[in-house]
Design a protein around this ligand. Structure first.
Ligand code: UDP
Length: 196
């Protein structure tokens, strides 16, 4: 099945290579305003109880199956997916292709200095990677318009949103129209790992 459902939450049965090429295509065709969610077992449990989070997942343009628990459950229920796509691996894959395709990436989230360090490490690892900008993830609503403006003016095509679950999904859902021309993905605590 291409889009098996777990408790009403659709999950895309795609490979990470397919997902990456899909993102690059969206960017090339300037079909932005799209966002991607990676879902693990804990997140599906949350979606059962949290209607707002569930809606943000259902509205996503791609829902990638993350975590052994989720892929095991899907296999157990007779809906095996072809690949487990960990958020952090997907970020690295995207950075590699972004460097090659000249896709500019913006890093949003994490504690002060963490996004910048993660971006710096990725730029070192993937020669030619263009960092559009960075911003930490501890801001209140009054600062949001300024941050959105910064992202839009940065020329970013790909936006990593590391605000944790469910904050990042709610944020991407709320701002998708303002982020036209940009593809966003929720990456949880990835910057904490990438900055190390
Ligand atoms: N975070 C943030 N702003 C917030 C809350 C969290 O930028 O208001 C960041 C936090 O610094 C951490 C990440 O979001 O880097 C959350 O990581 P965690 O592993 O807790 O989230 P999950 O992987 O469950 O999404």
């Amino acid at each position: 099945e291409r889009r098996p459902k777990l408790w009403g939450i659709p999950i895309d049965n795609v490979s990470s290579d397919y997902a990456v090429s899909k993102v690059v295509n969206w960017i090339r065709l300037k079909q932005g305003g799209k966002y991607i969610v990676t879902l693990d077992a804990l997140a599906t449990l949350r979606a059962r109880k949290d209607k707002i989070y569930a809606k943000c997942v259902k509205d996503a343009d791609l829902v990638l199956p993350d975590g052994k628990g989720l892929t095991f459950a899907l296999r157990f229920l007779g809906m095996p997916v072809q690949e487990r796509i960990a958020g952090i691996d997907f970020v690295e894959k995207m950075c590699r292709i972004a460097a090659y395709e000249k896709v500019s990436v913006y890093f949003l989230g994490g504690a002060e200095g963490i996004a910048a360090k993660a971006a710096e490490n990725m730029a070192k690892k993937y020669q030619g990677l263009e960092i559009a900008g960075v911003h930490h993830g501890y801001f209140d609503e009054t600062e949001e318009p300024k941050i959105i403006e910064h992202i839009r003016e940065s020329g970013a095509s790909f936006l990593l949103v590391a605000l944790g679950v469910p904050k990042q999904e709610i944020w991407m859902n709320r701002h998708r129209e303002e982020l036209e021309g940009i593809v966003a993905i929720g990456v949880g605590g990835s910057f904490d790992v990438l900055s190390g």
